[in-house]
Design a protein around this ligand. Structure first.
Ligand code: HEM
Length: 356
C-alpha cells in the first residue's frame, strides 16, 4: 500500500502541538507555586461566618489560575474575559431545541461573536509581545515560540484555541471544586486529616513545589474520591466512523455511542460500596492507577487535555481550604444536583469558620 506523504507542519500545527505539550504533568509541576498562591488567596479571602454561594467564589480563583497559566504577566488583561463566553455556551447546551452545528441561530451567533471578541483580546496580547520582543515562560509563549520557528507570525488559530481553553480551564474545575467543598463540609473528620496534612506545606505558598504536592496523599485520595462520586463530565459521546462490534452490538458509521463515567463509577463490579464516600480506597497506589472504570477525565485520544492542571488545582484548593477553614452545610438542602450539561452542585451554599 502506498503511503501518503505527510504534509509539513505549518505554524498553526506547531503551536497546537506546543499547547498540548504545555498541559503535560511536567509543565504543570513548574507552575505549582503560582497555582498554590491562587489557592491560598482563595482561602484567605473567603468570607468567614456567613453563608456563601460557593461556585461563584471558586470560579474567580480557577479563572485566575487558568489565565495566569496561559498568559503569565499578561493575565490581568484577560482574567474573567471568558466569563461571558462560558455563560453563552452553557445557555446554548441548555436549549431544548438542538439545531445541526452548521445552522446559524441567534444564540449561536452570540457565541461566535463573543468568541471572536475574546480571541481579539488575546491577539492584542500576542501583538504586544511581538512588538516588545518580550519572551515569557507561559503557555502562550510556548505556542508563539513554536509558530515562529520559521519566522512565521503566529496565526489567529492560537488566539481562537486559547479562548476555548480559557473557558475549559474555568468551567469543569469550578464544578469539581463545588463538589469538593461540599464533601469537606459533609466529612469533618476527613477535613481535619487533610488540614493536618496541609500543615506540612511551606507557609509561603509560592514556595510550594511538585515535591510537596506529591506528599499530600490524603488530599489526593479525597479529590479522586470526590471525582468518582460526582464526575462533572458524567456522559461522553462518540460518533462511530467505521463498522465495529461492541458487547454483541453491531455498530455502523453514524451511530452514536454514549458512555457514562457516572454509571461506571457507581457500578459495584468496579468499586466496592460504590455509593459510599471512601477516599481510603485510593490510598493503595495500584488501585489508584489501574482501575480502568475510573474515568473522570475520559480516556484515549480525546482524554481531557487539562487533567494534570485540573488535578493540581483541585488538590491545592482542597488543601488550602481545609487548612484554614471548617466548612459547614446549612440544615436544609444546600444545593440542587444539576445534570444538564455537566454534573453540578447548583446554588451550593456553605458556611466557613476559620480554624486559626
Ligand atoms: C475537574 C476538571 C475537569 C474535568 C472533570 C474534565 C473532564 C473532561 C473529560 C471527561 C473530557 C473528555 C470528553 C470526551 O471524551 O468526549 C475532557 C476533554 C477536554 N478537556 Fe477537560 N476536564 C476538566 C478540566 C479541564 C481543564 C482545566 C482544561 C483546560 C485546558 C480542560 C480541557 C479539555 C479539553 C481541551 C478537552 C477536549 C480534548 C479533545 O477532545 O481532544 N479540561 N475533559
Amino acid at each position: 500500500m502506498q503511503r501518503r506523504a505527510r504534509r509539513p507542519a505549518d505554524a498553526d500545527d506547531r503551536s497546537a502541538t506546543a499547547l498540548v505539550r504545555g498541559f503535560r504533568h511536567a509543565a504543570v509541576c513548574e507552575q505549582t507555586g503560582m497555582l498554590a498562591a491562587e489557592a491560598a488567596a482563595l482561602a484567605a479571602t473567603w468570607p468567614p461566618d456567613q453563608e456563601v454561594e460557593v461556585l461563584s467564589q471558586v470560579n474567580g480563583a480557577v479563572s485566575r489560575m487558568g489565565a495566569r497559566y496561559y498568559f503569565g504577566p499578561d493575565a490581568a488583561a484577560l482574567t474573567h474575559a471568558e466569563a461571558e463566553l462560558a455563560r453563552l455556551r452553557t445557555e446554548l447546551t441548555h436549549r431544548y431545541l438542538h439545531l445541526p452545528s452548521w445552522m446559524p441561530s441567534p444564540s449561536r451567533t452570540r457565541v461566535y461573536r463573543c468568541h471572536r471578541r475574546l480571541a481579539g483580546r488575546i491577539r492584542a496580547v500576542i501583538d504586544r509581545r511581538l512588538d516588545e520582543g518580550r519572551q515569557e515562560q507561559d503557555l502562550l509563549a510556548a505556542a508563539m515560540h513554536a509558530a515562529q520557528e520559521d519566522d512565521t507570525r503566529p496565526g489567529d488559530r492560537i488566539a481562537y484555541g486559547l479562548a476555548t481553553l480559557m473557558v475549559a480551564a474555568q468551567d469543569m474545575p469550578t464544578r469539581a471544586s463545588g463538589w469538593i467543598m461540599m464533601e469537606l463540609a459533609r466529612e469533618p473528620e476527613w477535613a481535619d486529616r487533610i488540614a493536618a496534612e496541609a500543615m506540612s506545606l511551606p507557609e509561603d505558598p509560592a514556595k510550594i513545589d511538585a515535591g510537596h504536592l506529591a506528599r499530600l496523599r490524603l488530599t489526593d485520595a479525597f479529590v479522586r474520591e470526590t471525582l468518582r462520586l460526582h464526575p462533572p463530565t458524567w456522559l461522553v459521546s462518540r460518533t462511530i466512523t467505521a463498522p465495529a462490534e461492541l458487547g454483541g452490538y453491531q455498530l455502523v458509521p453514524g451511530d452514536h455511542l454514549l458512555l457514562s463515567p457516572y454509571l461506571l463509577h457507581h457500578d459495584r463490579r468496579y468499586f466496592t460500596e460504590p455509593d459510599t464516600f471512601r477516599p481510603e480506597r485510593w490510598l493503595r497506589r495500584e488501585t489508584a492507577d489501574h482501575n480502568p472504570a475510573y474515568l473522570p477525565f475520559g480516556a484515549g485520544p480525546r482524554m481531557c487535555r487539562g487533567a494534570a492542571l485540573a488535578s493540581t488545582e483541585l488538590i491545592l484548593i482542597t488543601a488550602m481550604m481545609a487548612r484554614h477553614h471548617r466548612l459547614r452545610a446549612p440544615a436544609t438542602a444546600p444545593y440542587q444536583q444539576d445534570a444538564e450539561g455537566a454534573l453540578t452542585p447548583s446554588g451550593l451554599r456553605l458556611t466557613c469558620r476559620r480554624r486559626d
